[in-house]
Design a protein around this ligand. Structure first.
Ligand SMILES: Cc1cc2nc3c(=O)[nH]c(=O)nc-3n(C[C@H](O)[C@H](O)[C@H](O)COP(=O)(O)OP(=O)(O)OC[C@H]3O[C@@H](n4cnc5c(N)ncnc54)[C@H](O)[C@@H]3O)c2cc1C
Length: 254
């Protein structure tokens, strides 16, 4: 039995190819001076999303679309273009409580989670909410230890070496039924920025469960730092338990 805590790692993100940007803008008839600001911009999701938005209205510079008389500097709050930028996160040592809640968000995501059919555990790892009293924590740790002991005892009684991988998987999957929901697991979770804005709002809401709030508070902090234009309207309100609730001020669920 090992006490642990959730870890959030930003693993990958959409990158633009500056040569592609140059090619695109030249093909669309944008002048070299008009293209310069996009070619020189940080080659990440923010620039890609701005390009996608401007492509819809041919608003890269004045003169391209006769209807455009002014180039707006700010976003209109159109959510669909946010889908072009994808982020990929490693969520480590998170409980199955958290992963079960997170997979309810179906749109614009990709998920890979540690398999407890394939992986036979050697110990239980777990995080417990700070708000519990020491006595409550102790009682819960004992319950988890009992479950771990039962799992390991059953596991030791099985002749694994004589089994095919398929048989091992069937047995490993059967054994996991006695493991607690709070068991730490690992997940790779990808989401586009439209989805991410929504999930941050939902999962840092004061009504959300404390672990997922803690994790998405950190995700939101990283987003605000990495993509300031995409999350400029997100504001954090501190909650009494030390986490934060993030709300979009421009438009919720764009
Ligand atoms: C605080 C909190 C408490 C919760 N409590 C419970 C609970 O007690 N029991 C429970 O079962 N769940 C609970 N949930 C989960 C909740 O009901 C949703 O399933 C979850 O938040 C996923 O959000 P979503 O429906 O917006 O889906 P997402 O997959 O995040 O979709 C984003 C948006 O896309 C649109 N969309 C997605 N799929 C469809 C579709 N099939 N048809 C039409 N439009 C679609 C909707 O506008 C949706 O809001 C809770 C969630 C929160 C945040």
């Amino acid at each position: 039995m090992q006490m642990t805590r959730p870890v959030v790692v930003l693993l990958a993100e959409t990158r633009l190819d500056p040569r592609g940007v140059q090619e695109l803008l030249a093909a669309l008839g944008v002048t070299e001076s008009g293209a310069k600001r996009f070619v020189d911009a940080a080659p990440g999701a923010s620039t890609l999303i701005e390009l996608a938005g401007r492509l819809c209205y041919e608003s890269f510079e004045l003169g391209l679309n006769p209807n455009v008389t002014k180039i707006r500097g700010s976003s209109k709050g159109d959510g669909s273009i946010l889908e072009h930028g994808v982020t990929c996160w490693a969520l480590l040592n998170v409980s199955r409580v958290l992963t079960h809640e997170l997979v309810r968000h179906r749109v614009g995501v990709a998920i890979s989670q540690e398999s407890l059919r394939y992986v036979r555990l050697k110990e239980i790892k777990m995080w417990l909410p700070e708000e519990l009293s020491d006595a409550q924590k102790e009682a819960m740790i004992q319950a988890a230890k009992d479950s771990e002991a039962a799992y390991l005892k059953l596991s030791e009684s099985i002749a694994w070496d004589a089994m095919s991988m398929d048989a091992k998987k069937r047995m490993t999957s059967a054994l996991r039924r006695i493991l607690p929901d709070g068991l730490a697991t690992n997940m790779i979770w990808s989401a586009n920025h439209r989805t991410l804005r929504w999930v941050i709002e939902m999962r840092t809401d004061p009504a959300a469960e404390v672990e997922i709030r803690t994790v998405f508070d950190r995700v939101a902090e990283i987003c605000k730092e990495k993509w300031p234009t995409l999350y400029q309207d997100f504001e954090r309100t501190s909650l009494p338990d030390g986490t934060g609730s993030w709300k979009a001020k421009l438009r919720s669920k764009v």
